[in-house]
Design a protein around this ligand. Structure first.
Ligand code: HPA
Length: 270
């Protein structure tokens, strides 16, 4: 029989045991850091670094702003694995490869995942540097990691996939300096930024922000029954000329400390 899972369970189990060993027990929760955000949590907790290329099942990419390592340790009483860097569909990775981080975290015990990303603002009033809690998503990638996945029930209920309870906690702990708002995230294949017509279309169908990640990871996390908190860092305004990847990662890095404050406060409340 063809094993259509990638990576196979043996690799995941091996990698998960390395995370658990580094954490001193099963992981409580995973955090995935988006473009420009990979350094945001480095000064927040004591961690062991596990480079992705030493994990057997982890896909590795080398785009600037996507350092590839898992930072494993304890923060505010929670055993965490921080995925500093992720791979994307637009780099040629498959939907299953893009979601290895979530499967790995779940195998290591994680019941929850915080998915962060850099996103372009669509809704009027959003500014670079704003943090947007993801209330819901539009998966416009045309892909789904559960296609062909060997399981009898891939018909996952995606209503309230972004946990109302976790969102309520985030809103409770947010301070005005964090500039926290809430909205719908549209996930696109990329790698090109949007045309004016696409930006108009995205606004019309109800998207508040747009990016090239997160939706597949959220889909798999939901399939696995994990609690999901999604946070977009608004790095640019869609439709403004000359959006560049360098600007996106620079804005992500500049706003990282506020995102780190928010995540730390959420962990404290869990
Ligand atoms: N569009 C798509 N993806 C993005 C953007 C954007 O404007 N900014 C950051 N990721």
């Amino acid at each position: 029989m063809i094993d259509r899972r990638s990576p196979n369970d043996k690799l995941l189990t091996h990698d998960a045991s390395r995370l658990e060993e580094a954490a001193g027990g099963p992981i409580d929760l995973a955090i995935v850091l988006g473009s420009g955000l990979s350094s945001a949590l480095r000064d927040r907790f004591a961690y062991v670094s596990i480079p992705y290329d030493t994990l057997l099942g982890m896909p590795v990419a080398s785009l600037r702003g996507h350092a590839g390592e898992a930072l494993v340790g304890t923060w505010n009483g929670k055993r965490i694995a921080v995925f500093a860097g992720r791979v994307h569909l637009y780099q040629g990775f498959s939907p299953l490869q893009v979601t290895v981080n979530v499967r790995l975290a779940h195998t290591a015990g994680a019941k929850m995942v915080i998915l962060t990303n850099a996103a372009g603002g669509l809704r009027a009033g959003l500014e670079p540097g704003d943090l947007m809690l993801i209330s819901d998503h539009l998966n416009l990638t045309g892909r789904n990691p559960l296609v062909g996945y060997p399981h009898e029930n891939p018909f996952v209920d995606m209503l309230d996939a972004y946990s109302p309870r976790l969102r309520a906690i985030a809103k409770t702990v947010a301070t005005p300096e964090m500039r926290l708002t809430e909205g719908v995230y549209a996930g696109l294949l990329g790698p090109t930024y949007e045309t004016a017509a696409e930006a108009h279309y995205l606004r019309t169908i109800g998207a508040d922000a747009v990016g090239m990640s997160t939706v597949l990871e959220a889909t798999f996390a939901r399939f696995l029954g994990m609690g999901i908190l999604g946070v977009s860092m608004i790095t640019n305004i869609v439709g403004k000329p000359d959006t560049s990847h360098a600007d996106v990662t620079a804005q992500g890095a500049a706003s990282g400390p506020r995102l780190a404050d928010l995540i730390g406060s959420v962990l404290h409340k869990l």
